[in-house]
Design a binder for this molecule. Structure first.
Ligand code: ADP
Ligand code: ZN
Length: 726
């Protein structure tokens, strides 16, 4: 018998699949999908068995498998098939597709040493009446107490064997039992409350559950606070009543602890939680709960989509527009694509939920690829907040740089009423964008309608899509002012300003204040208990928070995300403003939002002001169509990375030429151009962008390029299909 085994060697994206002989003694136990130890050169490696067969065409000498690692396969047939799909659609190696599905403890690797933790319990080892007799004669208080407890509780978990336990064991009155333990426990402080769904919500639940035994993808558009989470929990409840299982994805657990709290408080031990904050041991334990069918529900971030349930009944992706669902490094899979694969495999519904669906998803709903469901009203007592847009061009004339007069007045008002405030400081995506301090003008590429990036060394403004370059302007082309530069305001500075101006308790949430484990949760908990009046933060605070006392949300500089040189910057700005506005007025206290901007006429700000997703969608689609961006065109980013400045230009232009010569004439090739951040860690970064609708040559051309550079020690090429960022 022969086995083909895939192993991981080094970091290169190269599949090594080798044939090994299966010795007699393993033939009964070896299984496809299990790990085995194999010789490779002078080393011993671990790999996955992909296939077992009886003959082998290979001529050269075949080595023997050294040992079996698993008796039960780690990869089931669904995962093997899914790995093949991920590998062929994202151009990654099979081994990396398999590895990404697994917790570290189960990856094929010779180094991991994560053990199952065994918990010790004591229990009675003789009849109860004999124990009662013993208690009557026993002289030791401690032993008597322990036995009385055991009579009631039947078993007690212990951390160590002390002298009284040892002596009771010796007398054969009690015994120790060991069982697999789980390291992670999510302490929820939330009190579950049952809510009767309103008509809109009930309609959504009923419609989805018509598809309990067949595949369909739904796009659930629901305004912020419309009760999507409640809808999710209802659907999941019904699915698990029928014995099936559910996956619930959220963008990032640390940023959305309230959702997890609600799930844990309703479903208790039936939930496993998977996120990046877990230790390897904890992650392994949560994974095993799923494997061993101890839970029916997984709540987790992107990689939880691989939860090894074998009878999925529903998959839900909340905040489906979030870019965290696509992995930014190799393998570049998108959780939505995996969800749809699994939905088809298990014949179950997939729900993509958002208050601001991505254009791609809404376009698919328009084409009836997905079915659109809607929640148009806030579910509870709350109303959507009133949004004010303040033109900062006017404000700075009067010397109001950070706080506009309106925001200042509103802050005072709310503090007086003892209500809470959230202030969002939109972090600048890139610092090197040329803006006019007087009129807010941002210098853009005439060809691509995206912001130009300032390259200091050459004093040039460059478009990193098409390569257009122009000398840095000295005067603003719009207002002829001489104030073209960066203005920067950090969260720390903002916090200081607040403390100076108002007598308020202020808490800050950004990268600095949340680096410690559990810091997010603590800040949010404290804010929820009204230990602070104002929460200041970056984009981190925009998502999923539900604080009834928050009646004012301020956005300090809405423009920062608008000026990011990316064709999705309008969409991201609209999403951010809607999300953060959604934090205000979630209870009976009406909410208000103040957006400060230099671009008060920009459509994404105006539509966000009116909570008007569909008008935004139509407007933005027009632009995408005109400029041939997604969702009208598919986009592929090819990055060329090298330490050598000269080579970076040479190779990039070779690749550009190759693409132009070999792709169909209806496909657009942009570049090569320098990436917006050209040099990172002394690696020069060039890029080409491909825009296509349908191109039969494409797959072959990409594979050719990929293969050509695989073994090149100097130049690395990364191919990102449907990239998040350009
Ligand atoms: P979303 O996820 O759409 O932002 P949530 O599920 O968080 O909305 O609901 C927002 C608020 O409305 C929560 O406080 C929730 O308890 C409440 N809520 C949800 N559904 C109902 C309902 N049918 N009746 C009353 N309150 C509801
Ligand atoms: Zn351009």
């Amino acid at each position: 018998m022969y086995a083909s085994v895939v192993v991981e060697i080094g970091v290169k994206n190269v599949d090594k699949i080798f044939i090994y002989l299966v010795p007699e003694r393993f033939q009964d136990d070896i299984q496809v999908g299990a790990r085995v130890k194999v010789p490779f050169g002078h080393q011993v490696l671990e790999g996955f068995v992909l296939e077992l067969k009886h003959d082998c065409e290979e001529q050269c000498e075949i080595k023997e498998i050294i040992d079996l690692v698993d008796v039960i396969p780690i990869l089931n047939s669904e995962m093997i098939e899914l790995g093949n799909v991920i590998s062929s659609t994202t151009l990654c190696s099979k081994i990396s597709a398999y590895q990404v599905m697994l917790p570290k403890a189960l990856k094929a690797s010779y180094k991991t040493n994560i053990k199952i933790k065994m918990d010790k319990y004591i229990c009675l080892n003789m009849l109860e009446e004999d124990v009662i007799c013993f208690i009557e004669q026993c002289r030791y208080e401690k032993q008597k107490e322990l036995l009385k407890r055991l009579l009631q509780e039947k078993e007690i978990k212990i951390s160590k064997v002390d002298s009284s336990i040892r002596s009771l064991i010796k007398k054969e009155i009690i015994r120790i039992e060991e069982r697999e333990g789980y390291r992670y426990s999510y302490g929820s402080v939330y009190q579950d409350k049952r809510i009767v769904l309103n008509l809109e919500q009930q309609r959504v639940v009923d419609r989805v559950l018509e598809f309990q035994n067949s595949y369909r993808t739904f796009l659930l558009y629901g305004v912020t606070g419309s009760g999507k989470t409640e809808v999710y929990m209802n659907m999941i409840e019904r699915v698990i009543q029928n014995g099936k299982t559910a996956i619930m994805l959220v963008p990032e657990i640390s940023l959305t602890p309230q959702i997890v709290d609600r799930f844990v408080s309703r479903f208790g031990d039936d939930v496993a939680i998977l996120h990046s904050g877990l230790s390897d041991g904890e992650r392994y334990d949560e994974y095993r709960k799923i494997q061993e069918r101890r839970v029916h529900i997984v709540v987790g971030a992107r990689s939880a989509i691989f939860a090894p349930f074998d009878n999925l009944g529903i998959i839900i992706i909340d905040e489906e527009h979030s870019s965290t669902y696509k992995q930014d490094n190799h393998p570049r899979y998108h959780a939505r694509d995996v969800a749809i694969f699994r939905g088809k495999y298990h014949q179950c519904p997939v729900i993509l939920g958002s208050a601001t669906p991505s254009l791609e998803s809404m376009a698919r709903a328009g084409n009836k690829v997905y079915e659109l469901l809607m929640l148009t009203k806030r579910a509870g007592k709350g109303m959507l907040p009133v949004v004010h847009v303040v033109d900062m061009k006017e404000e700075i004339k009067g010397g109001h740089f950070i706080f506009s007069r309106l925001l200042d007045q509103k802050i005072k008002e709310k503090l007086e009423k003892n209500e809470q405030i959230i202030l969002l400081l939109n972090r600048r995506g890139y610092s090197s964008i040329c803006t006019c301090n007087a009129c807010g003008e941002v210098i853009k590429c005439p060809n691509c309608d995206i912001s130009l990036t300032y390259h200091k060394t050459s004093n040039m403004l460059r478009c990193h899509y098409c390569g257009y370059a122009v000398r840095k302007f000295e005067v603003c082309p719009k207002c002829h002012g001489h104030d073209l530069k960066d203005y920067g305001l950090g969260t720390q500075k903002l916090e200081e300003e607040l403390l100076k101006r108002y007598s308020a308790r202020v808490v800050r949430m950004d990268m600095d204040t949340t680096s410690r484990k559990g810091a997010h949760k603590k800040i949010l908990l404290d804010f929820g208990e009204h230990k602070y009046d104002i929460l200041v933060g970056t984009q981190m605070i925009a998502k999923g928070l539900d604080f009834p006392l928050v009646t004012l949300v301020g956005v300090i500089n809405a423009d920062a995300s608008l000026n990011v040189p990316d064709f999705r910057s309008s969409e991201r700005t609209f999403q951010l403003l809607c999300q953060v506005s959604g934090r205000a007025g979630r209870s009976e206290y009406p909410g208000e939002v103040v957006i400060q901007t230099y671009n008060n006429c920009h459509y994404s700000i105006q539509y966000a002001q009116n909570h008007d997703y569909f008008s935004f969608y139509r407007e933005e689609m027009k632009i995408r169509k005109q400029l041939n961006y997604s969702p009208y065109y598919h986009i592929i980013l090819i990055r060329i990375l090298t330490h050598d400045y000269e080579i970076s230009f040479q190779e990039a232009s070779k690749i550009g030429d190759y693409l132009r010569a070999n792709l169909s004439s209806t496909t657009f090739v942009l570049g090569p151009a320098m990436a917006s951040v050209f040099r990172v860690d002394n690696v020069y970064r060039q890029q080409c962008i491909i825009k296509y609708k349908k191109d039969d040559q494409l797959k072959k051309v990409l594979l050719d390029i990929d293969n050509h550079y695989k073994n090149n020690g100097k130049v690395r090429v990364e191919i990102d299909i449907e990239p998040n960022h350009l």
